[in-house]
Design a protein around this ligand. Structure first.
Ligand SMILES: Cc1cc2nc3c(=O)[nH]c(=O)nc-3n(C[C@H](O)[C@H](O)[C@H](O)COP(=O)(O)OP(=O)(O)OC[C@H]3O[C@@H](n4cnc5c(N)ncnc54)[C@H](O)[C@@H]3O)c2cc1C
Ligand SMILES: *[C@@H]1O[C@H](CO)[C@@H](O)[C@H](O)[C@H]1NC(C)=O
Ligand SMILES: *[C@@H]1O[C@H](CO)[C@@H](O)[C@H](O)[C@H]1NC(C)=O
Ligand SMILES: *[C@@H]1O[C@H](CO)[C@@H](O)[C@H](O)[C@H]1NC(C)=O
Ligand SMILES: *[C@@H]1O[C@H](CO)[C@@H](O)[C@H](O)[C@H]1NC(C)=O
Length: 579
């Protein structure tokens, strides 16, 4: 009996291997295969494009990912494992350069090093940002296809709205009209419903016109107090790989996925003067190199850090900077790695009269999750988010002008927090419209040396002034009489109790929300700046395009994953029209 079972499992295993579309390393990849399109980076955007292109059985695709497959990785499945329960092998181990605006601190800059990329390891918060953000993409690129209204059908195509984990009634907590129901990305409200703190916030919204209740943050008009939606599906993290590469897509004969394989460069195919970059070089730390050439196009989807790194290693960038590293400049594009735009956040806390809740019984919660994928392990990082604009007469706006893309775009996000150990309440204030811009540059011509990530946080004076307004907004929110019996001490540090202490605190605790964009920005055809045209093809080159967060010219006024999904859906249409 036992040997029969072993035989059976062996047979099943070999059947799977024979059909496997996932190759574990470069040596396993059949060398005689040809691909129409090669996608570099199986992160958030990469799986979307691989999935969409291979809907046409005649289009052959190779998707290359530096990290391992996420299949069967339980640390990535349980939502509440974020962040502490995620294994370090699923990260790139980046640290920024010392930040002058953060009192010289160098801070960790996490990225996913696994199929699904950052969507496999992130906080799962699902926010599309403001419609105005996309309308600005259209304006700076001169392509109306990037407008919110043009993208809206693609947004619906990408999403599979899934209600709430566990199936509680969520009528009135989202707007059914702005969601998609047949797409690949599962989006849901968390398992537990409104708690006492949430109800206070809702009560506050009824009386304060500055912070009104807004049923859905994803309508293109996010301003107000909203319920946080997350990329959960059936009580599990629904990353780009889980969503867009289910077994039915992985088994497509025209899709090959190569994991544990690091792309070192893109190379010109044929005569260098053709500027035709359809060849990808894959390498190992021992110096071995191998190339694969696409028939029509190579798509870089290695993210805001990986994509500029690969371009620079390939000699595509600023000539003088490349020369200083001993790299031959094959194509001059000064903005590669420049214009990095990211969100900075600070925190403020006070104490509440409400005693701490008993800690979650992890063993019982795990049992429940194993039973039916519900319970405390299917909670979101937070229940409610407040989106707000700076007052027109604030010092930040009066002195530096309004950098937002339009009147529906928030300047500040406040992630409301309560129930923190030590009877704490308060929140994180995130600056959504920063003026400071950073960069990704090479530390060396070795492709396995981490690049230099400089966020340049709080180097433009608008940013500190605006962040201070964000904490002031939080103060006003909690100053509502609704909270009077809940609050024991007000939030601090107090932005109105002397600049020096508040500034020192902010620069000492300021953190990144890890939303970097802009390092290979799109701009209008023929524009002087920028790296890609509005059709995502690299300026001045043939056969090479970019589709990931790096092409987004201004950081969206929300968390950056949903914008990447939306961008990748349009990228898929643009690329399939070329092959
Ligand atoms: C810890 C964390 C929490 C976050 N929380 C949220 C959140 O809650 N909500 C939200 O909206 N956003 C969040 N974000 C941001 C969001 O996840 C990213 O902006 C978005 O997923 C980026 O997508 P991408 O496709 O551009 O890049 P990625 O998802 O990073 O994909 C790039 C892929 O390319 C691979 N790659 C890189 N270099 C190479 C190479 N040389 N060869 C081969 N492969 C390579 C990488 O391994 C990776 O898989 C978070 C990010 C992090 C890191
Ligand atoms: C990051 O460090 C961990 C160990 O802490 C390691 O397992 C992992 O492979 C490293 N990531 C990369 C991309 O080197
Ligand atoms: C869900 O709640 C709404 C009001 O909040 C109510 O009208 C509706 O009947 C409820 N639906 C179910 C199936 O209970
Ligand atoms: C899931 O299981 C728990 C017990 O572990 C039970 O209380 C709960 O009702 C179940 N939920 C669903 C949606 O089946
Ligand atoms: C990048 O920033 C530089 C100045 O810092 C600017 O001249 C250029 O136009 C920017 N490019 C894009 C595409 O935003």
């Amino acid at each position: 009996m036992k040997s029969f079972a072993i035989l059976l499992s062996f047979l099943l295993l070999s059947v799977q291997l024979a059909n496997a579309a996932v190759y574990q390393n470069l040596a396993a990849l059949p060398s005689n295969e040809q691909y129409d399109v090669i996608i570099v980076g199986g992160g958030t955007a990469g799986p979307v494009i691989a999935s969409r292109l291979t809907e046409n059985p005649r289009t052959t695709v190779l998707l290359i990912e530096a990290g391992p497959d996420d299949d069967g990785a339980v640390d990535l499945q349980i939502p509440a494992n974020y962040p502490a329960g995620i294994e370090r092998k699923h990260y790139w181990n980046y640290t920024t350069t010392p930040q002058s605006g953060l009192n010289g601190r160098a801070i960790t800059y996490d990225r996913g090093h696994v199929l699904g990329g950052c969507s496999s390891i992130n906080g799962m918060v699902y926010t599309r940002g403001a419609g105005d953000d996309y309308d600005r993409w259209a304006k700076v690129t001169g392509d109306n296809g990037w407008r919110w209204n043009s993208l809206f059908p693609l947004i619906k195509r990408h999403e599979r709205w899934s209600g709430a984990v566990g199936g509680r009634n969520v009528t009135g907590q989202y707007d059914p009209a702005v969601h998609g129901y047949e797409g690949y990305s599962k989006v849901a409200l968390p398992w537990s419903g409104p708690n006492a703190f949430d109800n206070l916030c809702l009560e506050q919204a009824k009386t304060r016109s500055e912070f009104p209740y807004n049923r859905d943050p994803n309508s293109g008009k996010p301003l107000g107090l909203t319920w946080a939606q997350s990329t959960f599906g059936g009580g599990e993290r629904n990353s780009a790989s889980k969503g867009y590469l289910p077994a039915s897509v992985r088994s497509r004969a025209n899709l090959n996925i190569l994991v544990n394989s690091h792309v070192t460069r893109v190379l010109s195919t044929g005569k260098a003067s053709n500027k035709d970059f359809r060849t990808v070089e894959i390498g190992t730390t021992d110096g071995a190199r191998k190339t694969v050439t696409a028939k029509t196009e190579v798509v870089l989807s290695a993210g805001s850090i990986g994509t500029p790194q690969i371009l620079l290693l390939s000699g595509i960038g600023n000539k003088a900077e490349l020369k200083a590293l001993g790299i031959d400049a094959v194509h001059e594009l000064n903005d590669v790695g420049k214009n990095l735009s990211d969100h900075i956040a600070t925190v403020a806390f006070g104490t509440t009269t409400v005693p701490d809740a008993p800690p979650v019984d992890r063993a019982a919660a795990l049992l429940q999750w194993n039973q039916n994928r519900t319970g405390p392990l299917t909670e979101a990082v937070g229940h409610q988010i407040l989106w707000t604009r700076l007052p027109k007469d604030s010092e930040a706006i009066r002195t530096y002008g309004d950098p937002s893309a339009g009147s529906n775009a928030p300047h500040i996000e406040i992630a409301l927090m309560n129930g923190l150990p030590g009877q704490l309440y308060g929140g994180a204030a995130v600056l959504l419209t920063p003026q400071s811009r950073g960069s990704v540059t090479l530390a060396s011509s070795d492709p396995f040396t981490a690049p230099l990530i400089n966020l340049n946080f709080l180097t433009h004076p608008f940013d500190f002034a605006a962040l201070k307004e964000g904490v002031r907004a939080m103060k006003r929110f909690y100053a509502s009489p609704v909270f009077s019996s809940y609050i024991a001490t007000p939030i601090g540090p107090d932005p109105d109790a002397g600049d020096a202490a508040f500034e020192d605190f902010t620069r000492n605790v300021g953190i990144t929300t890890l939303h970097a964009v802009g390092t290979a920005a799109m701009s209008a055809k023929g524009a002087k700046g920028g790296v890609v045209d509005p059709d995502l093809k690299v300026k001045g080159l043939k056969g090479l395009s970019i589709a990931d967060a790096s092409v987004i010219p201004y950081v969206p006024t929300g968390h950056s994953m949903a914008p990447v999904y939306i961008l990748a859906e349009r990228a898929s249409d643009l690329i399939r029209s070329r092959c």
